[in-house]
Design a binder for this molecule. Sequence first.
Ligand SMILES: C[S@@+](CC[C@H](N)C(=O)[O-])C[C@H]1O[C@@H](n2cnc3c(N)ncnc32)[C@H](O)[C@@H]1O
Length: 199
Amino acid sequence: MAGDEDLRQRWNRRHAAATGRPEPMWGLRRFAHLLPPGGRALDLACGLGANALFLARRGFQVTAWDWSDTAIGRLRQAARDAGLDLRAEVRDVVVSPPPPAAFDLVLVAHFLDRGLCPALAAALRPGGLLWYQTFVREAVNGERGPSDPRWRLGTNELLHLFPGLIRRVYLEEGRLGDPAQGLRDEALLIGQRPRAEDT
Ligand SMILES: C[S@@+](CC[C@H](N)C(=O)[O-])C[C@H]1O[C@@H](n2cnc3c(N)ncnc32)[C@H](O)[C@@H]1O
């Protein structure tokens, strides 16, 4: 669709203009102790791929998808520079979602397509982990993240989007207490696909 192509080109321009080294997301750094020792990981809508690089450094076999060829080109270069082996591919993840039971870890940062969520849960192998962190409507600083509220999560929405996963970590602090502390403007879910013995 023409609208999608405009949006993809906008992302290409943003990724081309980005300077500095992007940081892995807060929820990945903070809860890195929950990572398994390795396995197949997917960074979906990876952008410049800071999370993909982090996971590759931790010994995962990483696949990273984004529809921006600029982002994927920059990520491949960053991986080469760091001596890391990862598969970065240009892919429209809405048109081509991940196949079922293919990954031990699926990570999504700052991307929201509600229709894709059942495929993301199904893409996990039994025991596999979903790491999902993105923007909420109840933000302290609404300037961070998308201006269109449709692309921000409602209250507790991540929990409702992934009802079949075991909730290992869920954070959504809203505007409570001291807004200078904690994870603000975003929600984080780390969920696990049950194994046969968990059900
Ligand atoms: C806000 S950026 C987040 C990038 C990265 N996950 C991060 O947190 O740094 C959103 C990303 O989603 C990508 N994107 C948007 N729609 C997409 C689609 N249909 N298929 C693949 N990637 C898409 C954009 O190109 C962009 O890189």
